[in-house]
Design a protein around this ligand. Structure first.
Ligand code: ATP
Ligand code: MG
Length: 223
């Protein structure tokens, strides 16, 4: 099989990290070489950028946030994603360019032209073959997080208020703009997007739908 680049997108708590791990495992089970990675923080430089980006105690201007996310992505593309695709691996990436378009574009700036231009430079032509939008009502997504974090005692960690990171802490209107923005992106890039509404679905049911979408693409691309 040739290289395939799959991204998981969606609002906070929609299940991206959970599903990315399950998908990578399932792809490995059928014998495919898989790289599972995430943004921000998919490289060692990116890990440092992630700490800055998500720390609630650090105040960033909107454009600084846009550029640091893009810097993380540029490093990630060159160091991890591009080499893996050149080696015919399947790359499963937890968040990618659509996160910047949805969060910094639609969520913070209200439009995406600048964020799109900057990120097109960052990705160096590496667009996903398939993007799975795990949709969730923002209240439900944030509730999942609060629940998980209170169980894990993460709210005791430094730099977090109520266990939420700098971006999670933004108000519900912000998260609603992000969610609506993702839906605009599914229309802009209709050929690579598949949408799964996870609001009332169990993790295993979502995993099955993710698998169906991936299997269909693999079949379409490779017969
Ligand atoms: N379909 C689901 N139903 C109920 N709970 C879920 C579902 N999917 C994931 N969860 C739980 O919700 C929490 C958040 O899931 P996860 O971390 O995968 O989301 P995420 O999209 O990666 O979030 P973030 O955007 O913050 O990285 C976890 O505790 C996870 O177990
Ligand atoms: Mg996650």
């Amino acid at each position: 099989m040739g290289p395939t680049f799959i991204t998981l997108e969606g609002p906070d708590g929609s299940g991206k990290s959970t599903q990315a791990a399950l998908l990578a495992e399932r792809l490995r089970q059928i014998g495919l070489p898989v790289v599972l990675t995430r943004e921000p923080g998919g490289t060692s430089v990116g890990q440092k950028l992630r700490e800055i980006l998500l720390n609630p105690d650090i105040k960033l201007s909107v454009m600084t946030e846009v550029l640091l996310m893009a810097a993380d992505r540029a490093q990630h593309v060159q160091e991890v994603i591009k080499p893996a695709l050149e080696n015919n691996m399947v790359v499963v990436c937890d968040r990618y360019i659509d996160s910047s378009l949805a969060y910094q574009g639609f969520g913070l700036l209200g439009e995406i032209s600048q964020v799109k231009a900057i990120n097109e430079t960052a990705i160096d032509g590496i667009w996903p073959d398939l993007t799975i939008l795990l949709d969730v009502e923002p209240e439900a997504g944030l509730r999942r997080h609060r629940q998980a974090e209170s169980e894990a005692g993460r709210s005791q960690c430094s730099g977090r208020t109520n266990g939420l990171d700098r971006i999670e802490q933004r108000d519900l209107q912000f998260h609603q703009r992000v969610r609506d923005g993702y839906h605009v992106l599914t229309r802009m890039y209709a050929q690579r997007f598949v949408v799964i509404d996870t609001t009332r679905l169990q993790i295993e049911t979502v995993a099955q739908k993710v698998w169906e979408a991936v299997a269909q693409r693999i079949k379409a691309a490779h017969g």
